[in-house]
Ligand binder design. Structure first.
Ligand code: NAD
Length: 319
């Protein structure tokens, strides 16, 4: 098969070359969008990531140029108009669970770093400042943690939190029986948010979950609580979250994802000025930690992403 990978970084090339099962691969650094869709001309399969925009217009261009299959090298598919793909008869396959532990462990890393202020301590010590001033954290043992969405990643996080001795409450439209047996208490979204010291988001971005964290739901948070989002940026209304940080309703914020990642995340802009006002505002708060959608980014996950993507292509060929 002739496969074009969009939004392809060096690490994509390394892993997709290593596990290649005999396909002809072309890598485009550009994200797929209405302007770049024409690059797909002549390819059987296009392989995409979270920042590629796959709307109806893009899909029509892909179809007109002979694309037979879309393989997503990620779990979320909120960036694809699935109905339009169905109507055009372009199958869309994804990697549903490559390494839930990778993302859950990153969520835990954000929780621990924000709580114990390790990022501040690191910078301080490099400047020769060994004081503990303003570095006090809190014990996680017995703290109340709300996990919103207990699928693969949320469940992996619950298991990690259990080891820390946290009290876990959860909200999911399909509660998990194993987690219930572990002592996780399910409730409504409102019940689950109320009283939690830490809230971590792990449900997919859909119409029903868009901006689930907003001005109104933020009022339910315990004053000074921590919010962690490693799922999709659109789950939170970022402007409302900035307000909640300003009035200290939120005490800590850890984001691995952002509403407007396109053109910003996954890029080296170390020489430049950040053009995004909201990100600039967010990183000006000392109690905010932002990473560039790196939750998935472990060796094990990259291996699994490449092999599952090739398996998806083989399954399509052999169907
Ligand atoms: P999953 O499908 O296994 O779990 C999602 C859970 O959300 C399910 O249990 C589902 O019942 C629940 N859910 C669906 N709609 C809901 C709603 N309206 N309210 C409450 N719960 C709802 O998915 P997963 O593998 O655990 O991944 C979760 C999300 O994490 C993905 O959708 C993706 O956006 C994100 N993700 C991020 C990274 C990263 O690098 N940061 C990597 C992989 C996945």
């Amino acid at each position: 098969m002739k496969i074009a990978l969009f939004s392809a970084c060096q690490y994509d090339q390394d892993y997709f070359n290593e596990f290649n099962t005999g396909h002809q691969l072309t890598y485009f650094v550009d994200a797929l969008n209405e302007q770049t869709a024409i690059l797909a001309k002549g390819y059987d399969v296009i392989c995409l990531f979270v920042n590629d925009v796959v709307n109806k217009t893009v899909l029509e261009t892909l179809k007109a140029n002979g694309v037979k299959l879309i393989v997503l090298r990620c779990a979320g598919f909120n960036n694809v108009d699935i109905k339009a793909a169905d109507a055009l008869d372009i199958p869309v396959l994804r990697v549903p669970a490559y390494s839930p532990e990778a993302v859950a462990e990153h969520a835990m890393a954000l929780i621990l770093t924000l709580n114990r202020k390790t990022h501040k301590a690191y910078n301080r010590v490099r400047e020769g400042n060994f004081s503990l001033e303003k570095l006090m954290g809190f014990n996680l043992h017995n703290r109340k943690v709300a996990v919103i969405g207990t699928g693969n990643i949320g469940k992996a996080l619950c298991n990690i939190l259990k080891g820390f001795g946290c009290q876990i409450s959860a909200y999911d439209i399909y509660p998990d029986e194993q987690l219930k047996a572990l002592g996780v208490v399910y409730g409504t979204l409102e019940e689950t948010l109320a009283g939690a010291d830490i809230v971590s988001l792990h449900c997919p971005l859909m119409d029903s979950t868009k901006h689930m964290i907003n001005k109104e739901t933020l009022k339910l948070f315990k004053h000074g609580a921590m919010l962690i989002n490693t799922s999709r940026g659109g789950l939170i209304n970022t402007k409302d979250v900035v307000e909640a940080l300003k009035n200290c309703q939120l005490g800590y914020l850890g984001l691995d994802v952002y509403e407007q990642e396109g053109g910003l995340f996954f890029k080296d802009n170390s020489e430049g000025i950040i053009q995004d006002d909201l990100i600039t505002r967010l990183i000006s708060f000392p109690n905010v930690l932002i990473t560039s959608h790196q939750g998935f980014f472990t060796k094990e996950a990259m291996e699994q992403i490449a092999t599952t993507t090739y398996n998806n292509i083989e399954a399509f060929i052999n169907k």
